[in-house]
Ligand binder design. Sequence first.
Ligand SMILES: C[S@@+](CC[C@H](N)C(=O)[O-])C[C@H]1O[C@@H](n2cnc3c(N)ncnc32)[C@H](O)[C@@H]1O
Length: 258
Amino acid sequence: MPRSSKALQQKPSSLTDDQGWTHVIRGAHNIRKPTKTPSLNDSPNISPAKVTEGQQRYAALWSSSACCHQLRMILEQEIPLTHNLQMDKCVCLGLGSFTDGRTSSKHQLATLTWMLGILSQKHTFQAVLFQDPAFTASDVAYLESLGHHVLESPLAFDQIDESTFLFAPHLEANVYAAALEKKVPALVVGSNVTELIGRPISSGVDEAQRVRENSIFCCFSDLTLSEPMPQYDRDTWCYYTNIYRRQDMRSERSCDHS
Ligand SMILES: C[S@@+](CC[C@H](N)C(=O)[O-])C[C@H]1O[C@@H](n2cnc3c(N)ncnc32)[C@H](O)[C@@H]1O
């Protein structure tokens, strides 16, 4: 029986470091959960119950869409036929604040929540981790009310491994590269890396950094299979977004970007 992220509410052991941060250690993944309130963006305080009410509308829009239906076929039929994906953790990067009026973030959260429900039929997610410096206190309170964890950047990057489902729509290229630099996750929803490799170099961009990012994206592309997200008629967020899956789940192949 798969464990939902709610099941993570059990009492973990913890460590407090010399700066006063409490790091929660959970199972094999040593997931660190900062319990000191990080410097969150100012915004009106919205209760988790109020956010839930709003999210229900986005969830209903999503689940009645053709995009949802097509994604279900991909997740339940297409990918399992060719790939024995193994996932035990979800990392969500750069969702943006969904209590700050951003519609795309609300749509993305509705899709992510739905995907976790579908994937949990076959996979046991030990943790669902979020990282975005733009989160408000209300975002954090809502995510934590669902049993998820919000990490301070850059802690979430270190949690990404071959058993991760990475949900990272429309990340800035440098943040996306940092997420993909060390390990190739099992499943990724994120920007089309081919578009990023071909992007023009604009002024003020460090060329060596750009070469490094392109090397990360090329390697990631080599080690995965991808297809475009089905298009969503209620929002534009699925544009330029792909679903990637690791090509060979048995191998720990990765790239050297040093
Ligand atoms: C282009 S916005 C995309 C927001 C939303 N996903 C969307 O599609 O509308 C990129 C997001 O990445 C976030 N971000 C920046 N640095 C980050 C980091 N180190 N880790 C996670 N997210 C980060 C930004 O705060 C912002 O919310």
